[in-house]
Design a protein around this ligand. Structure first.
Ligand code: MN
Length: 261
């Protein structure tokens, strides 16, 4: 008996609830909240622009998710559309109305007054990130060929030794900074690192010359996916190096340039 009563009561309750529901307005319908597994919609890198100024935002040569699984889409999106554009805007603001506005980024960096921290950080941030995005591409990695491969063998002994040295420079850079492959003023390839947004074009750095490859080891470059495991991010980076792009930079860097006018 009790079971039957309970069943009937349930039916009545269900009917009453359904009737109430029918009286509700349509706009009260509850939309389920997205679960954490669902991905937030990605933006488009082509929509990112710096505020008007001397330097423009470089075009990202691939989609935000193109470097997956080595660097996740969200990290690339935040890195490019928040951090990188921030450096460009702050650089433009810092040099507005000064003679630096008419100079190339290489001129600004090579003649930099290191005490000018705003220009130092943001001119560095602008140049370094342009290089970083440029020397990566989806499904790359492997080893260089041609003149660059020969130079790496000559100056490091082997590609493996170069890889070990770059990995070590990137791992041991304490706190935020960059690891570099640089063509020094004698044309030799060297590896090293710099803190913050410093780079080898700036005066009085521990590594000096023209960077042809830059590896960002700021936490913002890897923390979402790798957390504290910087070495795993560094290993993954080697799967993304676009050696053709690095080789072009090598050719340009080793060719003597006419003195600045
Ligand atoms: Mn960065």
């Amino acid at each position: 008996m009790k079971k039957t009563q309970l069943f009937i009561s349930s039916l009545v309750l269900a009917f009453v609830l359904q009737s109430c529901n029918k009286e509700k307005k349509l706009d009260e319908v509850q939309v389920p909240l997205p679960t954490t597994e669902e991905k937030a919609p990605m933006g488009n890198p082509d929509d990112v622009a710096a505020e008007p100024g001397a330097f423009k935002m470089m075009k990202l040569p691939y989609a935000y998710d193109a470097l997956e699984p080595h660097i996740d889409a969200k990290t690339v999106e935040i890195h490019y559309s928040k951090h990188h554009v921030g450096y460009v805007n702050n650089l433009n603001k810092a040099i507005a109305g000064t003679e630096l506005e008419k100079q190339t980024i290489e001129e600004i960096l090579s003649k930099l007054d290191l005490e000018n921290k705003v220009v130092r950080n943001n001119a560095g941030g602008y140049y370094n990130h342009n290089l970083y995005w440029e020397i990566m591409a989806p499904k790359k990695g492997g080893e260089p060929t041609g003149a660059l491969a020969e130079a790496i063998n000559k100056d490091f002994g082997s590609f493996e030794t170069f890889k070990t040295q770059l990995t070590e420079a990137a791992t041991k850079q304490f706190g935020s900074g960059w690891a570099w492959l640089v063509v020094d003023k004698t044309g030799k390839l060297v590896v090293g690192s710099t803190p913050n947004q410093d780079n080898p074009l700036m005066p009085n750095m521990s590594i000096s010359g023209t960077p042809i490859l830059g590896l960002d080891v700021w936490e913002h470059a890897y923390y979402l996916k790798y957390q504290n495991k910087r070495p795993d991010y560094i290993t993954a980076f080697f799967n993304l190096i676009n050696w053709d792009a690095v080789a072009k930079k090598y050719e340009a860097a080793k060719t003597p340039v006419p003195a600045v006018k």
